[in-house]
Ligand binder design. Structure first.
Ligand code: ADP
Ligand code: MG
Length: 696
């Protein structure tokens, strides 16, 4: 058997079955995986800085000898250990310290040569290097991979050294690069000024200089964008061949509904409505993403779109991620529709899994025979038994709560219905194109007038009592409050309060004069509904809750939210939670109570205090987490973007997208001989596209 890129790394020299396991734990199974395992950064070892020239505040690399090692334990803060090594070169010496890495004790031997790369800080009158990355240089001569060059630094599999890993990668590259075939044509490469793939793969690991590294980075980033865009472009261009519904988008029904609303639509709502109506009036299936910050009023827009479908003789369906939200929408919409008398009456139904069997069956039947016009429901809408008579519009609210697959299911219940996909996670334009390159995008970029921005306060855990007092002040004014916990049950291990215990305490102590309710995901849906209803009817003053409140809840009288252990929540989550207050005409408060903060957590909390605008928050979040984590693994293939970053490589992303469009337009099913490799690459990453690219 001859070895190929698909061969298991087990067969590579220097890797036995044991090592192979360790590599696999890092996601490296095949030789190709290994070659595509890119460095996390590089150290410039062409120029070591003499110790006497080190400067405070910068990351610098030195080559020095171990003079003395010692370990100290500081008891000041829970006794963390400090390991200190004094190193020196011809120019001088410096203290190097590591915090809380007691295993480094006895690690270094006097006289040993080290390469150290880390940040230099001032400690008293002297400089000190803090927690540097280090490498021990072997006695017997210097290795060409490790010295006098830009040296790659990897996130290592368990128990493997940088030197060993470099050697393995280099030998894989030497042996297998000749097998790498470039899926970008020569023309495509020259159009975009890109180096060839084999070159790029060599240079991303072992660049001759910074320029070679940059060019490798550019080529490989381009590839990631390109492969990511292919399926999106494919979907978008495929849509052009589909027969959709040309809805009647103006008329009395819409006018009456809008006239009966207790407010005027914002300019942004008007503008997005025009875009939606324009799509809906065309005989092509609409695929539009509606982005708008929490509270920007997306629901009304969705209802107006639904009315357009209904007056055209079709049914509309709105799918939301939770039972509570479905019920809230249902009640609100029923109420709004009752405010004017449409002819004929609009028939609206709720469909969730907690409905009684016979009720459900009845709704199913009505959907099937067309005696319901608008259905509002949860995942229950996706069940196989669900069918429509003539589904003309699908609205998916809070789309980020659904998987990509789920999102695609509902439209299949009609014949190319129009689709409106709504999200309260507004994201920067480039990222929107990266992710939703198959959709058209509308943005509601303004909040209804008269909203008073929520005041966000950053409190430490010890200020808990003060936070409760702020809530109590609000309650005394007749307002209501939420207190949010990250978990239901407390955790001793994490030193974290839980909603249940805190409910029991607050009810009898701090909030004993008020009516408290508890809501979380372990309650069955019926109980959840009852509690939400009570809160809405002001039979409860305070709702103790978990993140079940995160999406959609709209209660204008709630003016205070306390989020305990705020450091445990993601930024998008915090913003969504905060969006539950500030919905009425009152000054609202969001108090973030947090314990010990990691730098990331601190950045999140600061962003919350500083910004109210969801777009800004999303940008900050992206900066803190990077796009892959930002969107979560489940949602998107964004983790496929290992090195490409849509935020910093906007131009490259645009070019990759243009190249993808050019390719698909010329060869919609990627059948041409010169495109076989691109097709393989695409299917390797997104196997589900096999169906879309049937030959013939
Ligand atoms: P989201 O975009 O977060 O889904 P909603 O659709 O729930 O926001 O709207 C938030 C609140 O603002 C609702 O109570 C809604 O009735 C109200 N609202 C929507 N549009 C306007 C407007 N143009 N003027 C005033 N209030 C509005
Ligand atoms: Mg909403």
């Amino acid at each position: 058997m001859s070895e190929t890129l698909d061969t298991s790394i087990r067969y590579l020299k220097g890797i036995g079955p044991k090592r192979a396991k360790v590599f696999q734990a890092s996601g490296i199974n095949t030789i190709e995986d290994l070659i595509y395992y890119f460095p996390r950064n590089y150290q410039d070892r062409t120029n070591f800085i003499p110790i006497s020239n080190l400067q405070e505040g910068f990351l610098q690399t030195i080559k020095a000898e171990v003079l003395l090692q010692r370990q100290r334990t500081s008891f000041k803060r829970r006794g963390f250990t400090i390991t200190e090594v004094i190193v020196g070169d011809e120019s001088g010496k410096i203290s190097v310290v590591w915090f809380n890495q007691p295993y480094l004790r006895d690690y270094f031997k006097t006289g040993e040569k080290l390469i150290l790369s880390g940040k230099v800080e001032r400690y008293g009158a002297k400089l000190q290097m803090h927690s540097p990355e280090f490498e021990i240089i072997s006695e017997e001569g210097d290795d060409a991979l490790d010295l006098n060059r830009l040296v790659p630094v990897y996130s290592l599999p368990e128990g493997v050294t940088q030197r060993y890993f470099r050697k393995i990668i280099k030998s894989a590259l030497d042996k297998f690069l000749p097998q790498i075939k470039d899926f970008l044509s020569f023309e495509a490469r020259s159009r975009n000024n890109l180096v060839n793939l084999a070159r790029a793969l060599m240079d991303i690991h072992f660049p001759e200089n910074q320029e070679a590294r940059m060019r490798a980075y550019e080529r490989l980033s381009f590839d990631e964008f390109f492969i990511f865009q292919l399926p999106l472009v494919l979907r978008k261009l495929n849509r052009k061949d589909k027969q959709g519904i040309a809805h009647t988008v103006n008329g009395k029904l819409l006018d009456d509904y809008i006239a009966a609303l207790p407010f005027r639509l914002t300019n942004a709502q008007e503008k997005t409505l025009l875009e939606i109506k324009s799509d809906m009036s065309k005989p092509l299936p609409m695929q539009r993403l509606l982005q708008g910050d929490v509270g920007s009023g997306k629901t009304v827009v969705a209802i107006i779109a639904s009315l357009a479908a209904i007056q055209s003789g079709y049914q509309a369906a709105i799918m939301v991620p939770t039972e509570i939200l479905a019920r809230q929408h249902y009640e609100k919409i029923s109420f709004q529709l009752s405010a004017f008398s449409s002819q004929p009456k609009i028939r609206i139904r709720l469909l969730t899994s907690s409905l009684k069997k016979n009720e459900k069956t009845k709704v199913y039947r009505q959907m099937q025979d067309g005696t319901v016009d608008l259905v509002i429901g949860t995942h229950a809408l996706l069940e196989e038994t669900v069918g429509f008579k003539n589904l003309g519009l699908v609205v998916i609210d809070e789309q980020h709560k659904f998987g990509v697959g789920q999102r695609a299911l509902l439209p299949k219940k009609g014949l190319n219905p129009d689709c409106l996909i709504m999200t309260a996670t507004p994201i920067p334009r480039t990222l929107a194109i990266t992710l939703y390159g198959d959709l058209d995008i509308s943005v509601i970029n303004e909040l209804p007038a008269g909203r008073i921005p929520v005041k966000t306060l950053n409190y430490r855990g010890k200020d808990q009592a003060k936070a409760y007092l702020t809530a109590i002040e609000q309650l005394k004014l007749g307002r209501q409050a939420y207190i949010i916990y990250p978990v239901i049950e407390e955790s001793y291990a994490l030193d974290m309060a839980g909603a249940k215990k805190m409910y029991a305490r607050l009810k009898n102590e701090e909030f004993k004069d008020f009516r408290l309710g508890l809501i979380h995901g372990k309650l069955d849906e019926k109980e959840q509904n009852e509690i939400m209803l009570k809160f809405k009817e002001k039979e409860l003053d305070v709702l103790i809750a978990t993140t079940i409140l995160e999406v959609g809840i709209d209660i204008a009288n709630a003016s205070c939210m306390i989020i305990e252990h705020a450091e445990r929540f993601g930024l998008a989550q915090l913003h969504q939670l905060r969006g539950r207050v500030g919905r009425g005409p009152y000054q609202s408060f969001c108090i973030l109570l947090s314990g010990a903060l990691t730098p990331d957590a601190e950045a999140r909390i600061n962003a919350m205090v500083r910004y109210n605008d969801g777009f800004r928050i999303a940008e900050e979040d992206l900066k803190i987490r990077g796009p892959g984590e930002f969107f979560g693994r489940r949602q998107h293939g964004l983790t496929e973007l290992k090195i490409a970053n849509p935020l910093t490589q906007m131009q490259l992303l645009k070019r990759a997208r243009e190249e993808a469009i050019r390719l698909i337009e010329a060869d919609p099913h990627l059948q041409a001989r010169q495109n076989i490799l691109a097709r393989e690459k695409l299917l390797q990453r997104f196997p589900e596209y096999e169906k879309l690219m049937v030959v013939g």
